[in-house]
Design a protein around this ligand. Structure first.
Ligand SMILES: Cc1cc2nc3c(=O)[nH]c(=O)nc-3n(C[C@H](O)[C@H](O)[C@H](O)COP(=O)(O)OP(=O)(O)OC[C@H]3O[C@@H](n4cnc5c(N)ncnc54)[C@H](O)[C@@H]3O)c2cc1C
Length: 383
């Protein structure tokens, strides 16, 4: 069995490794000059700098950890994020400590007592639920969190008014009725000891995998009503595509909307800020600043830190931008469905990953989906 995989991010790379270990010959094509996709990192002044924004590994999926642990050692890392509210740093997700940092003590104590009584210690209460509470003080508190932590940040991230966004985005935002200040609460919270790029190098180091970087697969692959063609000939190999379906098909049904990002990297005197990531939720054009030294293992305290500012922007096809986030709403999903349905006629062609499936996924889900696809293909194989 032979496979052509487009994209060397977590989806393409994990699928390539699994297929290669089942005896499949894999050709892996990657448009950029390096492997790793969005998770690519490079060392600078002792810190792993993530070229496409900070990537923190967290999961409850033990099988994914087991698979990736063959290619890396880890160090435990629990991510914490603060929001800068006009110079006051408060933990996000908003918790009881955030409450005490933003309200006068007597008011904070009273609100804490109500939250503990009504929802119970440790509960994560969605902001929408809080806004429906019969107590006027709780509703005013919920409005405060919504306006100061959520609205401005979300609107600048998506470039759209909150009312135009999918309601599920708001549904997910919780207030923690506890002192829990970790950004993630998954069982496994780890960072690769030698960085993500080294993990990818080991994962793809297999005699059955041939990697070609710096090649846009669309210069070799063509998909149309008449079939799937590679280098001009009808293609009988399995094709696993982790790029954009609209781009692949020449935007025949219209362009799928995405958000892009612009990153501004700096080397600054250390330490720079009080947490690995600080979100700017009430001011500034950037959404957040990440300090990479704070999530690099055994980093000796140096004089400098590597930081990045993150500016959201609209994605425009053909301008050398990277599509980072699918803009998921009913209309866009219906458009994506046209692309998916068109490609479904080719049983050997498979869409995979964040772009291929037009949905935001974390790294662990990308790996889990990739392994599942590879297992399905090898279980069904005819050779
Ligand atoms: C700013 C940001 C921060 C994130 N932080 C986290 C985090 O903290 N934790 C977490 O778990 N997840 C995080 N994610 C999500 C994570 O990046 C994804 O889960 C992961 O990238 C999915 O891997 P993928 O292989 O599907 O996509 P990608 O990593 O994007 O890989 C797709 C690859 O396909 C290549 N490609 C596309 N089209 C073509 C073509 N025509 N020819 C050749 N190659 C092509 C691209 O160049 C790319 O390398 C973050 C995402 C972003 C945008």
């Amino acid at each position: 069995m032979k496979a052509i995989i487009i994209g060397a991010g977590f989806s393409g790379a994990a699928c390539a490794r699994r297929l290669a270990e089942q005896g499949c010959d894999v050709l892996l094509l990657e448009r950029s000059a390096h492997i790793g996709g969005n998770a690519y990192d490079e060392k600078k002044n002792g810190a792993f700098v993530h070229r496409y924004g900070p990537h923190i590994f967290h999961t409850n999926n033990e099988q994914v950890v087991k698979f990736l642990s063959r290619f890396t050692e880890w160090f435990p890392y629990e991510h914490r994020v603060l929001a800068d509210l006009h110079g006051v740093f408060v933990p996000v997700p908003f918790n009881l400590d955030s409450l005490h940092k933003t309200f006068p003590e007597d008011k904070a104590a009273k609100l804490e007592a109500v939250l503990l009584r009504e929802y119970g210690e440790g509960k994560k209460v969605p902001i929408l639920e809080l806004r429906k509470n019969p107590d006027a003080d709780v509703r005013a508190f919920a409005d405060f969190v919504f306006e100061n932590i959520f609205r401005f940040y979300t609107e600048k991230q998506w470039g759209r008014k909150i009312e135009q966004l999918d309601p599920s985005i708001m549904q997910r935002v919780p207030v923690y009725v506890s002192r829990e200040d970790r950004y993630f609460t998954d069982t496994f919270q780890l960072q690769p000891k030698d960085g993500f790029t080294a993990l990818f190098e080991r994962m793809l180091d297999h005699p059955n995998i041939r990697i070609v970087t710096g090649t846009d697969a669309l210069t070799r692959l063509r998909v149309g009503e008449d079939g799937v063609f590679f280098d001009g000939a009808p293609c009988t190999d399995e094709v696993i595509f982790t790029g954009q379906a609209d781009e692949l098909l020449g935007y025949r049904f219209g362009k799928l909307p995405y958000r892009s990002l612009r990153f501004e990297f700096k080397t600054v005197p250390a330490p720079f800020q009080p947490a690995a990531v600080v979100n700017y939720t009430v001011s500034e054009a950037y959404t957040r600043i990440s300090e990479f030294d704070k999530f690099t293992v055994e980093r000796p305290a140096g004089d400098t830190s590597e930081i990045v500012y993150e500016y959201p922007q609209e994605y425009e096809a053909g301008k050398g931008m990277i599509a980072y986030y699918p803009v998921v709403n009913e209309e866009n999903l219906a458009l994506y469905e046209k692309y998916r349905a068109f490609l479904a006629r080719f049983p050997h062609f498979h869409l995979l990953g964040r772009l291929g499936n037009y949905r935001y996924i974390n790294m662990d889900a990308a790996v889990a989906d990739a392994l599942a696809l590879a297992d399905r293909l090898t279980a069904d194989r005819e050779d």
